[in-house]
Design a protein around this ligand. Structure first.
Ligand code: PMP
Length: 407
């Protein structure tokens, strides 16, 4: 029996279902290992010692590569000095200053742990500011796993979601209609910087949509919240809609902010400073100093090495390679989203039969990517790493063709 299988057997006895949430390997198919023991740069090793070129980066948090020396040195120094103390360390102020300096929208910052903390906290700020309850969100968008937003309704009540009204991403008219239906009641419009719903091709935000939701929020007196938990620190260090020239009232960040160390942040504009101050929002580990030291080192390193350009280079090489291979094996594929947060689907593969088969074959070939969730690149992916990944994807296309035939 493999070590992974043995661990799963033991886990099932002591954890409901053995594993839950987005890292549950049962959701990804039998080729996927559940347990991992190490990572270095853009490689990860599973419990049975198999090594993968990592195209998931732990579902986003790892942006500089696993065990990045500058980040780990900052963490080690902070751990040696003290991490969980009776109050935050000086690094709390230093990191908040760095965020205000790096994100042009940010006049202030509040820290927490997970992306869900940040999206929930952003909506609390919006509600405190407006005295209104309702929130407009895109149908199918993921904003976290609290009862108001978890994709499964198990364990939640209708009241948890009663204040949500949905619109269609990139369809400004649908946002205007949703707002009109609950006129005078909208506290916030929450939107991701691009459409990255699971199981679907990704969609970049059109400039008209981005500008339109900004103008609508202003017109109806609601806060515009960008949930940049997934896009943040990979698309633009100033916030993911900075290239579009659209600034939200509140940004929610987490994932890649500290290269895998646990921290999240909301950044806000001056007019929301006073309402933000009225919230009681906290957590036992929210003010730990080591993840803050990690975040500071991560953001400074991304800035110093132009990490985003490195990810774009790796992502472009991957996309071009995958496109050429698809043609050579006779498949039509759709590659969508920003190149550094890519996804690939097969044309006409509504049931994801081909996609699941191909992704599993990639895993067997030592390339860890995902069949129905977008992938993530890091600044540690060199040309040679991408070429190694492409060897695996090429072999996976060949297996797919042997199994299904060409398109
Ligand atoms: N918002 C978005 C856009 C996300 O991608 C995620 C995590 N996948 C979250 C919120 C929730 O973050 P977390 O899992 O850290 O709570």
């Amino acid at each position: 029996m493999s070590i992974d299988a043995e661990l799963r057997e033991r886990a099932v006895k002591v954890v409901p279902g053995g594993m839950y949430g987005h890292l549950n390997a049962a959701l990804h198919g039998p080729a996927y290992p559940q347990f991992f023991v190490g990572g270095e740069g853009c490689r990860q090793r599973d419990a049975d010692g198999r090594e993968y070129v990592d195209l998931m980066c732990s579902w986003g948090p790892v942006v500089l590569g696993h065990r990045h020396p500058a980040v780990e040195a900052a963490v080690a120094a902070q751990l040696a000095a003290g991490d969980c103390l009776n109050g935050p360390g000086p690094v709390y102020v230093e990191l908040a200053e760095l965020l205000v300096e790096t994100v042009p929208q940010a006049d202030w910052v509040m820290f927490s742990k997970n992306g869900t903390d940040a999206t929930t906290q952003a909506l609390m700020v919006a509600r405190a500011a407006t005295g209104r309850d309702k929130v407009l969100m895109a149908h199918g968008a993921y904003h976290g796993a609290d009862p108001w937003c978890t994709p499964s309704t198990a364990g939640t009540t209708p009241a948890d979601r009663a204040d949500l009204t949905e619109f269609t991403y990139n369809d400004l008219a649908s946002v205007e209609e949703a707002a009109a239906r609950i006129e005078g009641e909208v506290a916030a419009i929450i939107v991701t910087p691009f459409k990255h719903d699971s199981f679907e091709d990704q969609e970049l935000a059109t400039p008209e949509f981005a500008r339109g939701v900004r103008a609508l929020a202003d017109r109806i007196g609601a806060a515009l919240v960008i949930d940049d938990v997934r896009g943040g620190w990979r698309l633009d260090l100033g916030g993911s809609w900075e290239p579009l020239g659209v600034r939200p009232d509140l940004y929610a960040f987490s994932k890649a902010m500290a290269n895998g160390h646990p921290i999240a942040a909301v950044t806000g504009v001056d007019s929301l400073r006073a309402p933000a101050q009225t919230l009681y929002t906290t957590g036992s580990f929210w003010f730990n100093a080591a993840p803050m030291a990690a975040a500071k080192a991560t953001i400074e390193t991304l800035r110093d090495i132009d990490g985003i350009a490195l990810m774009e280079r790796a992502g472009t090489r991957l996309r071009e390679g995958l496109a050429a291979q698809a043609v050579s094996h006779g498949f039509t594929v759709n590659q969508t989203g920003p190149v550094q947060i890519p996804w690939l689907s097969f044309e006409g593969d509504a049931t994801l039969e081909k996609g699941m088969f191909w992704a599993a074959a990639c895993v067997e070939e030592g390339v860890y990517l995902h069949p129905w969730h977008n992938w993530f690149l890091s600044a540690a992916h060199t040309d040679a790493d991408i070429d190694r990944a492409l060897q695996g994807t090429d072999a996976a296309y060949a297996k797919l063709r042997a199994h299904f035939g060409a398109d």
